[in-house]
Design a protein. Sequence first.
Length: 490
Amino acid sequence: MSQPDILFFMSDQHTPYFSGFGGNNVDTPEMDSLCRDGIRFSEAYSNCPLCVPARLSMLSSLRPAKTGIFTLDDALPDLTPTFLHYLVEQGYETVLCGRMHFLGNDQRHGFTKRIAHELTPTSWNAPRHKLKEDRGVLTRSFGEPFCTAVVGGGESTVEYYDRYVVDSAIRYLSEDHEKPQFIMVGLYGPHFPYVGDKELYLKYLKRVTLPESFHDPCPTPVLARHVQPVSEKLAISIRAAYSAMVEQTDEKLGQVRKAFDSFCDRRGNGRLFIYTSDHGDQCGDRSMFAKSTFYEKSTKIPLIFAGDGVESGRVCNTPVSIMDIGPTILQHVGAHEMIDVDGVSLASALQGNDVTKHEVYGEFLERTSMKDPADSYCFMLRRGDYKYMSFFDDPDCELLFNIAEDPEERRNLAKELPEVLKELREASKKIAMPEQSVALQKMHTYRSSLMRSYENALSGEHDVERWENTPLTARNYPEICIKNEALTEK
């Protein structure tokens, strides 16, 4: 059989705890079907729970401490190869359809073509007035700390953008293509603004409940900025909207998979379908929303492979990393192995073998103050059933959880299990790179300022690959609208 065609479907900010396969609380029949047809890695983690660092780590298979990328305002150097370059070497056409959150002149990083534009700014000096004009009253709700400002059911920019991406993918799959295809379909949902389809929102409003940990205290001042003291009513509405957006994402995955199967049947090729996300969403745990922590809802991701040569109906419970995706794809198709990277291949697991246990970790630079920002290094290590979290600027706070017994992470075992704590603390010290990470981030912050100055000096249009077609009706408040008056613009 010839080289398999590959469809990589990637959402943004989907925690697997909100799904049929991972939590049995959201209707995701298409994802559940994918699980039955392939292998699900139930303990897959993002190595940095923020869009750009996670995505660029996935593509390069390098940890943030080596890329130096910890924020949204950054880009991979042109000479850093991604797994896409290896696929091109293997003869693949590498196609980007939609979101990947690239910034700067290089909007490819190994993709040979792009067939659908990005939703977020693609240039260093994207005109903010145009962004606000296109997104309307929900502009601030696209980012923290204003993501809880407007919540509800109705039309949204995200839904229209994701439809555009899916339509572009289906149109491309209806055409004939000579080379083996690697197609990345990147959606924005279920990333906030927390506005879902009206009927689905009402459906989940009757189903969702407050998280068990909603009133739990924040364990360290380092994480305090993620706590949003919203009302219980607003928290319920957020979880209903998010659930609706997950189901909408699931429907789109099914549409693309159906088109991909028809494409592969027509070509007579083998196939591989992959689903993942870059990080999750805390959805009210500890009164925290969005991402950027190492709690399960924020850092765990869905990861499912299905297709020819993949054992069906299997669940792998060994912890794995988002950095493992590229090496896995390359080994599965017989491409060259990535050189000097931090991810490992899981290809043998696709064929039914056990995954070799390896260190699964994450690192993040917390902004301790918005007025006078300073980088605080945070680290997570998952080993077996235990997860350890440490905070460089708060060494007295160590969090230790048994994820198998306590998936909501409400019982810190640091004092109860001193031997386990010591073991994971010492293992973390061998992996963590706090000084290098902070130094690299400072360098990248300065470089980013140079890129903005340079781009500003150039004539011509910038941000030319950003999608700007939000209908006027979706630029207003949704039909069912709950406002956080503390954050809503007057």
